[in-house]
Design a binder for this molecule. Sequence first.
Ligand code: PLP
Length: 626
Amino acid sequence: AELYGIRNWGAGYFNLNQSGEITVEVKNDAGELHAVSLLDIAHGATERGLGMPLLVRFENLLDAQIGRINNSFRSAIESSGYNNVFRGVFPIKVNQQCQVIEEIARAGRQFGHGLEAGSKAELIAALSILDNTDALIVCNGYKDEEFINLGLQAQRLGVQVFFVVETPSEVDTIIHCAQREQVEPNIGVRIKLASKVGGYWNATSGDRSIFGLGSNDLIAMVDKLRDQNMLHCLKLLHYHLGSQVPNIRDIRTGVLEACRYYADLVEEGAAMGYLDLGGGLAVDYDGSKTNYTHSKNYSLDEYCVDVVEAIMGTLDSEGVEHPVIITESGRATVAYSSVLLFNILDTTSFEPIELEEDSIGEDTHPMLKNLQDALQSVTPKNLQESYNDGLYYRDEIRALYLHGQVSLRDRALAENLFLQCAQRIRKLLNEVDQVPVDLQALPEVLSDIYYANVSVFQSLPDIWAIDQLFPLVPVHRLDEAPTRSAIIADITCDCDGKIDRFIDRQDVRKTLPLHPLKDGEEYILGTFLVGAYQETLGDLHNLFGDTNVVSVRIDDDGQVDYSREIHGDSIADVLSYVEYSPQDLFERFRKLAERAVKEKRITAQQRKDILHTYTASMSGYTYFEK
Ligand code: PLP
């Protein structure tokens, strides 16, 4: 657990049991703690026909995070004497899956937790699933008349829909639709804050952010609404600093700046009443509790207290009533609830093979003898020199091979001697005070490659696209020391389909400690905290489709209920996504087989078997199956 930092990033949800397996820990209403092994869940799913790779969604963890966020705001509000309430909204774009949104709506009911919709499709989903008129629906993004009309009609049904104006021209559309439909809209406005934040996802803050109104546009909007007698419809101020804001100082600065705008809009005569801070509440992916990009230097409680106090501090001094506080936390709400499990198919190591006594004899090429001398002379004092020699002779032999002057066996011998030399040097690196710069990457260069039954592009797109780090850990055998050091290659045949950066509390690790594979036993790794953004951003690279998914609920007695399951895409599914018709493909293949029968290359009976193989593949999983 220490080596992989499980307790640092696990947020109290993940732990280790005595058999060396990672567990998910949940408390029931009576306060009893139940720990369930992820390996047991994986086996249970496989027995039910949902093999690896498998995305496991823990409903309990989603419920728990919604509870933590709401309760934390409640206690910050109570302890500081804040005179209004918190109303969270979950941004659907962070995980649009129906099961997830339904669970959020269900668990959020008692807190009036609503949804944020950034498109017409998301609004339609929100309107049908959020069966709770206490909760808010905040509409961000570009909105056409259809979008606005739908929201206005929903308002007639008692749903609290807010339209957040993102661009100056949107105000006219909202005014026009509202006057035509005779419905008073709830208007919000997104402002561009000057405050810029640290972290990866910060392009939504600062003067050059693409969304939101600057102060001139804001004044123009207020004047327009006043002209139309609609200033009382302007109720909400929204900003979004960017996702995964690691530094609490940036959060506080954003709130303070927004409150200045809020107070001035009240002063202008707008109704106001709602302050929407957007997303940004970070997840501590590496467990370092720092302001590093993949971490955060604040707890949830600190976040809530700081937000509440910053709002009070600014608005009290202006004599402005406290607004309803809205946040659009996505990542922090769903990240913990999904774990992606996958098995390792094979490994490659860069270990030399044992040499025969007489591999190097009298008539061996002199270059090979030189290479052997370089190997034998390695000591902690001459690491760099020995490495240079080894590399030089190995490259010379490669060149001789190209010119046909040494045999394939000589070349293989040279590669092997060089590997012995490099491995010997690598082992001695720990014994020297200062590792020469050229040798610093040797441990990575010599690390193993573990081939994983997963597509980074489909299931972990942020690793490939933006170098995001997630905790990646074997879910079992953690009572054994991991003796190998490896990077992960995925099942696509793309050189970008790899994971070679791993979390570390101090820095980024270039290799991951792993266990050697055991014959006849699966080795299963889990990528944790993947509930946010990964699922729908993934793509069909190499036509690897959606993975199997199970939703799991750990009941009050600690029993695992496989509450929902979705079988991953079949080959027919992914082919049809790229416009092939599976029937048409079958028909073409059938004709090929029929011709072979006619030409007497196969029998009719063989044709039947061949077509059966074809159709079985067509309906099979896109990943490696046992
Ligand atoms: N609100 C808006 C407008 C966003 O653009 C985003 C995502 O960047 C979010 C909320 C969610 O942010 P987070 O996942 O950091 O909570």
